[in-house]
Design a protein around this ligand. Structure first.
Ligand SMILES: Nc1nc2c(ncn2[C@@H]2O[C@H](COP(=O)(O)OP(=O)(O)OP(=O)(O)O)[C@@H](O)[C@H]2O)c(=O)[nH]1
Ligand SMILES: [Mg+2]
Ligand SMILES: [Zn+2]
Length: 301
């Protein structure tokens, strides 16, 4: 048994640098600092903590079931831990970047976390083009749900409820796609929960700058995690050799390659390139694959 087992167990429901909000098993929330040089505490973490004055100190982070993060040349940015699924929100306005979506899916696959895509703002004409862009993703087996969270909230809530029940879901996606709109629709007392968190973090700011955990139900069986919109999605944590295996549409064709160490970029007899030529792998997916390969091949600073 760990030497921390005697300490109280809590769950991190908001994290802001070295300052976190921990929720106790009976639902109380308190502000905690991280002990020493620890700075890797993320929302969703289960922690052992103890009181220190009118705050608390996190002494230990329990082993994680999974962790979603992105990594560029300079730093690692963790989103959240111990997730059941990720819901990636996209929209036609602002038009989502396919490269960004692909990267989020690769990071999730690499972390072993299930993903669904939510196409929001279907009331807008730009949704047609966004839907087109999602065709290869549906074809490779990604579940795509469509909503108009603001224009048709009742309908949206009805289709989302079963998807979110009894699970911990991280809501991910670029800025302005409707992540907070989703939280506010599905979480009845979202404003109150936000209030508690910003009070504990002592920040007047709106919490969309901070990743935040919300309970969906009074019984606290289902949770939604709101996260700030991201721009860059570095995948430095991925091994270049593994990359094609983390892209299901490419993966389906690697066994047809003539060379066992095929890079799927220019080799003769490449099964992936042949599939691109037959239209079975979308040209844009293959281009995105190449871009990420180049990025991973660059010397790390
Ligand atoms: N037309 C339309 N607009 C929507 C819909 N859902 C959300 N919006 C609007 O889109 C804008 C952005 O919504 P937010 O929920 O704040 O977006 P977000 O993803 O939380 O953005 P960040 O916090 O910046 O990452 C708001 O003005 C919403 O009212 C929808 O279904 N249709
Ligand atoms: Mg938001
Ligand atoms: Zn190949």
């Amino acid at each position: 048994m760990s030497k921390f087992a005697a300490l109280d167990l809590g769950r991190v429901v908001a994290a802001h640098g070295r300052h976190v909000v921990v929720e106790t098993p009976d639902g109380e929330r308190l502000s905690c600092h991280l002990r020493g040089k620890k700075s890797d505490c993320v929302v969703g973490d289960l922690v052992r903590w103890q009181p220190a004055g009118d705050e608390g100190v996190v002494e230990h982070i329990e082993a994680r079931r999974n962790l979603l993060f992105r990594q560029d040349d300079w730093r690692t940015k963790s989103f959240a831990a111990n997730l059941d699924q990720i819901l990636v929100l996209v929209a036609g306005d602002p038009m989502f970047s396919e490269a960004q979506l692909a990267r989020a899916l690769i990071a999730a696959e690499s972390a072993g976390i299930a993903v669904k895509v939510l196409l929001n703002k279907t009331d807008l004409p730009q949704a047609t083009q966004a839907r087109e862009r999602l065709v290869p993703y549906r074809a490779m087996g990604v579940e795509v749900v469509e909503t108009a969270l603001k224009a048709q909230p009742t309908q949206a809530a009805a289709s989302l409820s079963p998807l979110l029940a009894a699970r911990t879901t991280l809501v991910l996606g670029p800025s302005g796609t409707g992540k907070s709109t989703l939280i506010n629709l599905m979480v009845k007392d979202a404003a109150a929960q936000v209030g508690e968190v910003s009070q504990a973090l002592n920040s007047g700011r709106h919490t969309t700058t901070t990743t935040t955990w919300y309970w969906l139900d009074a019984g606290r069986t289902a949770a939604l995690i709101d996260s700030p919109g991201f721009q860059e999605f570095g995948l430095r944590q991925i091994d270049a050799q593994q990359l094609p295996l983390l892209m299901p549409d490419l993966r389906a064709h690697v066994s047809a390659c003539r060379f066992y160490n095929c890079s799927h970029r220019q080799e003769p007899g490449c099964g992936v390139i042949a599939a691109v030529e037959r239209g079975e792998v979308s040209a844009s997916r293959w281009r995105i694959y190449g871009e990420i390969c180049d990025e991973l091949a660059r010397t790390k600073w």
